[in-house]
Design a protein around this ligand. Structure first.
Ligand SMILES: [Zn+2]
Length: 306
């Protein structure tokens, strides 16, 4: 299987504990518990040859919090590892970092490829949940204030009591194939030279296969026959699930939707292999996205299968 960043968390999510307020309160204060702090969604990282998450103890996080102490619901319960509870907490930026060159808040997209598989996966969960809390302070049903419950895996409205859950937004991303060639496209915002697999959000009332066929038709005018699931990736910007598929095209004439793509082309295996090789070379005339992306891993899978 490909090496998919943001998969492979070692944490037991221990969902049974989320509703046990007493056990969670004890875990929050337990000296062995570990806190991941994020400022403006950037995790605190210990710098060095091998960067790592800078986990903090309950005693250490006190200096990061307002004087009135820990809001008992503010820390999101990420799960257990070797019996040790792990939490994530949003903090104010720049606090406590003056004169400390060994740690820094770094954005998840740039640090994830440097971290272990396990720590990158923990960041995916933490970033998505912390972002969701920051944007869901009010009830979509009545406009009342909401508060975190269940260890941060839900919010309840204080007025109408309705309960709201974190979103995961499914996105299809597909290797469109036709007689040994691969269709890749360029959005106007891509870095120079980058061509990627076509992708789009699944709409309400749509299956994965239907979304693949619609996106291929809308963006490139290509008609798709069979669709096969390959692999998926959590994508915490802010909370997508990338669903990677192989889609066999019945036609190869391209009719671009210029509002979505500035170009799309068919590439041979040799082209794609060179673009995979050049994926991190900013000066390459043509390249696939870097290894962090599912498009890269799917293309690699396809090339390995031939
Ligand atoms: Zn409400």
């Amino acid at each position: 299987m490909p090496n998919i960043v943001f998969c492979g968390s070692p944490l037991d999510r221990a969902s049974r504990l989320r509703r046990d307020a007493h056990a969670l309160a004890e875990a929050r204060a337990d000296r062995s518990s570990r806190y991941l702090v994020l400022a403006e969604l950037k995790p605190l990282i210990r710098l060095g040859e091998t960067p790592q998450i800078r986990w903090l103890s309950p005693a250490e996080i006190h200096s990061w919090l307002p004087d009135d102490g820990i809001d008992s619901n503010a820390a999101v319960f990420l799960g257990l590892h070797d019996g040790i509870a792990h939490f994530a907490l949003a903090v104010a930026p720049d606090k406590n970092l003056e004169g400390d060159g060994n740690r820094k808040f770094i954005d998840v997209r740039s640090i994830a490829p440097e971290l272990s598989v396990a720590e990158a996966a923990i960041l995916a969960l933490a970033r998505s949940l912390i972002d969701w809390h920051a944007r869901h302070g009010f009830c979509p049903a009545c406009g009342g204030k909401t508060a975190a419950i269940d260890g941060g895996f839900a919010r309840r409205c204080e007025s109408c009591l309705s309960v709201h859950f974190p979103r995961t937004d499914p996105v299809v991303i597909m290797l469109i194939l036709h007689r040994g060639r691969l269709l890749l496209g360029r959005q106007p915002g891509f870095a120079p030279g980058v061509y990627s697999a076509l992708a789009g959000f699944i709409e309400p009332g749509e299956s994965i296969e239907e979304a693949v066929r619609r996106e291929a038709q809308e963006e490139a005018g290509v008609t798709i026959g069979s669709v096969r699931y390959l692999a998926s990736q959590p994508w915490p910007f802010p909370s997508s699930l990338m669903i990677g598929c192989e889609a066999l095209a019945l036609t190869d004439a391209i009719k671009l939707d210029r509002s979505e793509l500035e170009d799309a082309r068919w590439f041979t295996r040799e082209d794609a292999a060179a673009m995979l090789e050049a994926s991190t070379d900013r000066n390459a005339p043509l390249r696939l996205p870097p290894p962090l992306s599912l498009a890269h891993q799917l293309a690699k899978l396809w090339l390995a299968s031939g």
